[in-house]
Ligand binder design. Structure first.
Ligand code: C2E
Ligand code: MG
Length: 345
């Protein structure tokens, strides 16, 4: 019996599966009996329980699941609940998709331009795309949570950092692009690694780029634990010129206490507040507050998800001069971004 796995049933099932895999791995090791190597396998049936579950039902369900595992060819793990089994299968597929993406170099960065009130490009956000040979581009939210759970995000993060640095280096030689920043999204799993600061600084040094043009987008959910440690890491990077933006601002804790302490350069107003800006009084108040607060703290403020001129005009009136959204540009492959930049010239 495994208890205290997770509040989320799918997460709990995933952890149960991991425990079963460890058991199978252990059982599969050869035993030496009277000088002979003996190998055995096992079939495991899993039934998830909650506070209201009956012991007799659980045993019966696990038993049924175990027979399903045997029927599927033995040495397997099966869940009693078909929904759970389906979810587990989907996760396994996604994990494989990420691994294939990494080994076959299917990950790409697309870039979404960020502009000022005159429509001039000031930078771009790098957004991850997985180019599947059959399914086309798969959006990041379909695999990032699993990449984080499996820690494969560390490999993805390295690819993102390397690619963004290479791009900044290429832009350096062109006067039309040599002041543009590139913002990359950083997962809490990456940021928490001891090697994160040195990874970033090594990459900027190796590519010989101006670190001030590299912006790291952090999220508020990162700021829950060890705020001192986070500040220390940010300060080390900032001392070397690297910039920081607080992504999806307003959707997390938005505590003034941490905001005051963090060495940020920018607040990014979350698109959920921009979406109904023209119609929703409350969203307008929130956006105005974020802009005033950002400015009072000496931070740049950028709005994301700007889709129409009405939204942009309102934002400008409230004092926000930087924008990102479909109104100006969609995330695009680098060739299209450069074409667009040439047209804007
Ligand atoms: P995010 O950082 O908040 O990125 C903004 C998302 O809004 C992007 O979705 C972008 O395509 C979309 N967007 C931009 N303009 C508009 C607009 O005008 N209207 C609407 N409705 N949407 C707009 P995308 O590319 O699907 O990325 C989703 C999320 O995946 C990102 O949210 C970010 O959290 C994560 N992500 C993307 N790339 C990376 C990466 O390289 N590393 C990590 N760790 N996370 C990433
Ligand atoms: Mg972002």
């Amino acid at each position: 019996m495994l208890d205290g796995l997770d509040k989320d049933p799918i997460q709990a099932a995933s952890k149960a599966e991991l425990a079963c895999e460890k058991l199978l791995f252990g059982l599969n090791k050869p035993y030496v009996i009277h000088g002979k190597d003996i190998s055995i396998s096992a079939s495991i049936g899993v039934s998830m329980f909650s506070e209201n579950s009956m012991v007799s039902d659980l045993l019966q369900q696990s038993d049924i699941a175990m027979y399903q595992a045997k029927d599927s060819g033995r040495n397997a793990i099966r869940f009693f609940d078909p929904k759970m089994q389906h979810a587990i299968n989907e996760r396994a597929k996604t994990e494989q998709l990420i691994k294939d993406g990494l080994s076959n170099k299917l990950f790409e960065l697309h870039y979404q331009l960020q502009v000022n009130e005159h429509g001039d490009a000031i930078g771009a956000e790098a957004l991850l795309r997985l180019k599947h040979p059959l399914q086309g581009y798969i959006p990041p939210m379909q695999y990032i949570p699993i990449a984080e759970e499996t820690r494969l995000i560390l490999h993805i993060g390295n690819f993102v950092l390397e690619t963004a640095c290479e791009q900044l280096k290429r832009w350096e030689t062109n006067p039309a692009t040599n002041t543009l920043t590139i913002a990359i999204n950083v997962s809490p799993i990456e940021f928490n690694e001891d090697s994160f600061v040195s990874n970033v600084l090594t990459a900027t040094a190796r590519h010989d780029i101006n670190p001030q043009l590299l912006k790291l987008e952090l999220t508020e959910t990162m700021m829950v634990d060890d705020i001192e440690g986070i500040i220390a890491k940010m300060n080390l990077l900032k001392a070397n010129g690297v910039q920081f933006s607080m992504d999806n601002f307003g959707t997390g804790y938005s505590s003034l206490q941490y905001l005051r302490q963090l060495p940020l350069n920018q607040l990014k107003i979350d698109q959920s507040f921009v979406r109904d800006l023209e119609h929703d009084e409350q969203d307008r108040s929130i956006v105005q507050t974020i802009i005033v607060m950002g400015k009072a703290l000496g931070l740049n403020v950028i709005a994301e998800g700007v889709e129409n001129t009405q939204q942009q005009e309102m934002l400008l009136e409230f004092g926000c001069n930087n924008y990102q959204g479909y109104l100006f540009a969609k995330p695009m492959p680098i060739e299209e971004v450069e074409e667009k930049l040439n047209r804007l010239q």
